[in-house]
Design a protein. Structure first.
Length: 135
């Protein structure tokens, strides 16, 4: 089936990534800015079933102003999201299958770092591809 959904906010939003979820659904991620709430820009992650039904939506408020740069879904439905911070460093958040934030981590304080690829290996290891000094 073909379907379309909008992720509404009271401010601006930009989609960044989509990944297949176990069971035939999809997980989408992006950056949202809602005036008066959270950081200047936060991450938004949502899962939709194969028919387009919303299964979960989570705002990931991490380390201040951030921009989504990666999303990966594990076989158990848990998710990893990666972002670039306003200072140019990188951050990761791990969410369980229900969208609850399990862990947050700042990765690289190097100004200008970019997350170019994010994946989860079959054994569960996290795979990252970064570029330092990218503009």
């Amino acid at each position: 089936p073909l379907w379309q959904r909008s992720l509404g906010t009271g401010g601006s939003a930009a989609g960044f990534s989509v990944a297949l979820a176990p069971g035939g659904g999809v997980v989408v991620g992006g950056t949202v800015a809602v005036e008066g709430e959270g950081s200047p820009r936060d991450l938004l992650v949502a899962r939709f079933g194969a028919a387009g039904d919303e299964q979960m939506m989570t705002a990931v408020r991490q380390l201040g102003d951030e921009e989504m740069q990666g999303l990966a879904v594990a076989a158990d439905g848990s998710m990893i999201v990666g972002a670039r911070t306003a200072g140019g460093g990188l951050s990761l958040a791990r969410l369980d299958a229900a969208g609850r934030i399990i862990e947050r981590k700042a990765l690289d304080p190097t100004a200008g770092s970019q997350l170019r690829g994010l994946g989860i290996a079959p054994g569960g290891d996290l795979l990252l591809l970064t570029q330092d000094g990218a503009e």
